[in-house]
Design a protein around this ligand. Structure first.
Ligand SMILES: *Cc1c(COP(=O)(O)O)cnc(C)c1O
Length: 412
């Protein structure tokens, strides 16, 4: 594809793209090129009406009877079952509840107690901050030891002292993918358990938790799964752990009989014991619609397109932006790269703001990365041509030097 890269060539890729019609499932504003769906997925066309119906009819008219009548109480499992298909799990191994941060705490704590007296948590330095912060908090509260090592040192650090390996499969900054099956096997070989964070994997890569014999996993509902801002997260517990799995946030919705109102906690059989408190119904129906946008879509096909989008983007950056100080900070091999491409530049923050000002929306990740999310459901090949064109203008004109682009917002 390198010889004849122009806009027409990109349009031809869109015309031949079997996934192109999926874009119609989303409401995207005109004249915006959205390259941040890996941070907040776009709005599915059906979500607003579904949430309105839940509010007006189920809540407004039917009031509390909707817990049974509309099936609200079953939503955590029903939505979990839709996620299961995307991550290589069985329907009864996944439940939606709480946030990724909270769920990670529950799973890492459960893994630690399953593997006592071992007390070492092994994690990756540079992993997504909340994962590391949560593990620091957990280690402090239960007297465990957190070992954080560089990605290339993980294998070597797996020894007989490790209780649990906690890793994000796809790195949030570089998009580099860990070998889940290989590392899980190595962890098991030394007697360690695994907790995988799938936040940047599910919905764009063909994740195969059971194929990899993973023990536990968590992931985020508002990125590739299109659940909306602050959507709840999901928990996977492999069926072989269902009986022995105990998590510390033993709220009533994880009880075997929540409506018996007894004083003592008895965990529910199966994955339901991962739940804690009352499910966030409005957020759950929005996430359900986000998952409906995957109907008839195979993760393999999404991943194949994400790889081609990434290859095109890298080729365009190299052809058109050479001499402007960008460095590709993601793997070039699409098999090792998730659904994003990161560009490193000393002025990354201001450049990112100048792009957003011109209707091209990536995001900035400190200290020096502009991250471009190439979500295969709605990003077009021609969008990448246009985005690189705008980036070229920003660099050539020096537009990023405008003082207002140096002001840091609360959320980057
Ligand atoms: C997005 C993301 C989270 C988000 O956690 P919240 O509890 O929803 O804020 C956690 N971990 C990783 C790896 C993520 O990418």
């Amino acid at each position: 594809m390198t010889a004849s890269l122009d806009r027409a060539a990109c349009e031809a890729l869109d015309a031949a793209d079997p996934l192109a019609p999926l874009r119609e499932r989303f409401l995207l504003p005109e004249r915006v090129i959205y390259l941040d769906g890996n941070s907040l997925g776009a709005l599915p066309r059906t979500t607003a009406a579904r949430v309105a119906r839940t509010v007006e009819t189920e809540w407004g008219r039917d009031l509390i009877t909707s817990w049974n009548k509309a099936g609200w109480i079953g939503l955590p499992r029903a939505v979990g079952a839709k996620i299961a298909r995307l991550i290589g799990a069985e329907a009864d191994e996944v439940v939606v509840c709480d946030s990724t941060s909270v769920d990670l705490y529950k799973l890492a704590a459960a893994a630690l107690s399953l593997n006592a007296p071992r007390r070492v948590i092994l994690a990756e330095a540079g992993d997504f901050p909340t994962d590391l912060y949560i593990l620091q908090g957990l280690a402090g509260s239960v007297g465990a030891e957190l070992r954080m090592v560089a990605p290339e040192a993980i294998e070597g650090a797996l020894d007989q002292t490790v209780a649990v390996l906690v890793l994000t499969e796809t790195n949030y900054r570089s998009g580099e993918i860990h070998d889940m099956a290989g590392l899980t096997a190595k962890a098991h070989a030394v007697g360690a358990l695994t907790v995988w964070d799938l936040s940047h994997s599910a919905g764009v890569l063909p994740v195969d938790l059971n194929g990899a014999e993973a023990d536990f996993a968590v992931g985020c509902g508002y990125k590739y799964l299109n659940g909306g801002p602050g959507a709840p997260a999901y928990v996977f517990v492999a069926r072989r752990w269902h009986e022995r799995f105990r998590q510390p946030l033993s709220g009533w919705l994880g009880h075997a009989r929540p409506f018996s109102f007894v004083d003592d906690y008895t965990p529910a059989p199966g994955i339901d014991r991962a739940q804690c408190g009352t499910p966030p119904v409005l957020s759950l129906v929005a996430l359900d619609e986000g998952l409906n946008s995957f109907e008839g879509v195979e993760p393999k096909a999404l991943y194949e397109k994400a790889g081609r989008l990434g290859d095109l983007f890298i080729a365009l950056v190299e052809q058109r932006l050479s001499g402007h100080g960008f460095e590709i900070a993601s793997p070039r091999d699409p098999a090792r790269r998730g659904g994003q491409v990161a560009l490193r530049h000393p002025e990354a923050y201001a450049i990112c703001q100048a792009l957003i000002d011109r209707g091209v929306i990536p995001d900035f990740r400190a200290p020096d990365v502009v991250r471009f999310g190439l979500v295969p459901m709605y990003v077009r090949f021609a969008d990448l041509w246009d985005a690189v064109e705008v980036l070229l203008q920003v660099m050539q004109s020096g537009a990023w030097k405008d003082a207002r682009f140096a002001v840091r917002a609360a959320v980057t």
